[in-house]
Write a protein that binds this ligand. Structure first.
Ligand SMILES: Nc1ncnc2c1ncn2[C@@H]1O[C@H](COP(=O)(O)OP(=O)(O)O)[C@@H](O)[C@H]1O
Ligand SMILES: [Mg+2]
Length: 221
């Protein structure tokens, strides 16, 4: 599904050049669940951003179905991302003044779905993640686990093939984190979703098909 080839990224800062990813190679199969682990600063988030086409590499490629996503034009990349990839972050980044339903509708509205379709779809997905009774609640009226489930629901609105989750349970207690894990499991089975999750939790990591360790911008295989 995904082939990462000699992927490198450096940043230029006041104190000079920082090599954050060093010629990463990685192959990911359809339906695979991968945990990315490693110390803070190892380059995990940078790797996720590149996998999702949110940032550009200094060199190297990310191939989806044998096409290098960095050869797409800006519009093509936007369209690809919208269709193919769902993102979940540690801090869910929900819009506080909008309801759960409206937050989940947002990607479909941006993707030019009709409001009616977007609403039907959002309500269906929220129900699927166990929040059918919370559609009109704003993020501030939901628990941490519920907010994270809304964020996962939002990431699934466009039926992505790949879910990129950067420490999705990082600020949740262990019971709530178990709930999120069970939800990811179900989505994996029901949708054959490919999942890449950055985590500091051994439990979450142990639950995936494969664990990738990052040290100082390199993958230790
Ligand atoms: N925009 C940036 N400019 C400069 N340095 C950055 C930038 N983004 C990340 N870094 C540096 O890259 C390294 C890896 O960051 P990151 O990918 O966020 O690591 P992780 O997610 O594993 O904690 C860190 O040393 C960080 O300071
Ligand atoms: Mg990070």
């Amino acid at each position: 599904m995904i082939a990462v080839r000699a992927l490198s990224k450096h940043f230029i800062t006041d104190r000079g050049r920082v090599d954050v990813l060093k010629e990463i190679n990685l192959d990911i199969r359809v339906g695979e669940r991968i945990a990315v682990v490693g110390a803070s600063g190892a380059g995990k988030t940078t790797l996720m951003h590149l996998l999702g086409g949110l940032d550009r590499p200094s060199s190297g490629s990310v191939l989806f179905a044998e096409k290098n996503i960095f050869h797409y034009s800006a519009q093509e990349l936007d369209a690809f991302r919208n269709r193919t990839i769902g993102f979940v972050f540690q801090f869910h980044q929900l819009l506080p003044e909008f309801s759960a339903l409206e937050n989940v509708m947002m990607p479909a509205l941006i993707g030019r779905s009709s409001a009616k379709k977007a609403e039907e779809r959002a309500s269906e997905i929220l129900t699927a993640v166990g929040l059918g009774h919370r559609l009109d609640h704003k993020p501030g009226q939901l628990s941490g686990g519920e907010q994270q489930r809304v964020a996962i629901a939002r990431s699934l609105t466009m039926s992505p093939k790949l879910l990129l989750a950067d420490e999705p349970t990082g600020n949740l207690d262990s019971a709530t984190s178990d709930e999120i894990l069970a939800l990811l499991d179900r989505l994996h089975v029901e949708r054959d979703l490919t999942i890449i999750v950055v985590t500091h939790s051994e439990k979450v990591a142990g639950h995936m098909d494969r664990i990738i360790r990052m040290v100082d911008g390199c993958l230790c295989v």
